[in-house]
Design a protein around this ligand. Structure first.
Ligand code: CA
Length: 260
């Protein structure tokens, strides 16, 4: 997939971003619509899975705010069908935190997740961050190499020993950020700011979840956990951690959640 398929660039200031809101609960749909419109976005609302796919195909929105539990078929199926044709950034709305964990684990291609209930301010921060990321995603750069792994920022392809890895957009951005740091340790707060665009340090568990899913897709374990600090790329990370205490340091950081 070429970088130009990743999003609809909105560099033309006369063109406002269209956001497709897919939500079957009318009060939530209306609250989200009015907030987005007050921020200057164009908004369309779909209330079930099939119409979401149809509207997404016809309207080519810049972003979808997508409820997980919908009539017809659910948000996962909407994502799957839509992403066959076009890479639309998605913020998935879930009813519970464990639903979010499950979805991140599946690597279903949502760019971010928001658990209900959420504040309009929080939603706006996420929408702007995802749009900012998708607009800069086409930025070209040199191919980055780390051990057997090659990251091409232009095509957004990652290969390991020449075989393509299928990373979600967020997983790609995370691996790219670590790679561009050239082996330096990045804290979870730094990664959150670089990849998700958040500045307030909230949601560091999101970083751990995505690190886990990137690791699961890589054969060589190049992501080193720096206990209590963050993560770094290290070509010998797998060997070093095996030589000391196996994966136990990873587990401690991954399962304990944020440490202050
Ligand atoms: Ca619902």
């Amino acid at each position: 997939m070429s970088a130009s398929n990743f999003s609809t660039p909105s560099t033309d200031p006369s063109k406002t971003d269209l956001i497709l809101v897919v939500e079957d609960e009318p009060t939530i749909a209306e609250a989200v619509r009015s907030r987005l419109q007050s921020e200057g976005f164009q908004v369309e609302v779909a209330t079930d899975g099939p119409s979401a796919v149809e509207m997404c195909t016809n309207l080519a929105p810049s972003l979808m705010v997508l409820d997980l539990n919908l009539p017809g078929f659910d948000g996962l199926e909407v994502c799957r069908r839509v992403h066959q044709y076009r890479r639309v950034p998605v913020i998935m709305l879930t009813a519970r935190d464990d639903e979010t964990d499950m979805l991140v684990g599946l690597g279903m291609g949502a760019d971010d997740y928001l658990t209900k209930p959420f504040s309009p301010r929080e939603l706006m921060a996420r929408v702007k961050a995802v749009l900012r990321r998708s607009e800069s995603a086409g930025t070209a750069g040199p191919t980055l190499k780390f051990g057997a792994i090659e990251i091409d920022p232009t095509t957004r392809r990652v290969t390991e020993n020449g075989a393509e890895l299928h990373l979600t957009p967020t997983e790609f951005d995370l691996l790219r950020a670590l790679s561009e740091a050239g082996g330096a340790v990045l804290s979870r707060e730094q990664l959150l700011a670089m990849v998700w665009g958040y500045r307030d340090g909230s949601g560091v568990r999101t970083v751990d979840s995505h690190i886990r899913s990137v690791r699961a897709k890589l054969n060589s374990q190049v992501i080193r956990t720096v206990h209590g600090v963050g993560y770094a790329l290290d070509p010998d990370a797998g060997q070093a951690e095996q030589a000391t205490e196996g994966a136990s340091t990873d587990e401690a950081l991954d399962t304990d959640g944020p440490e202050s």
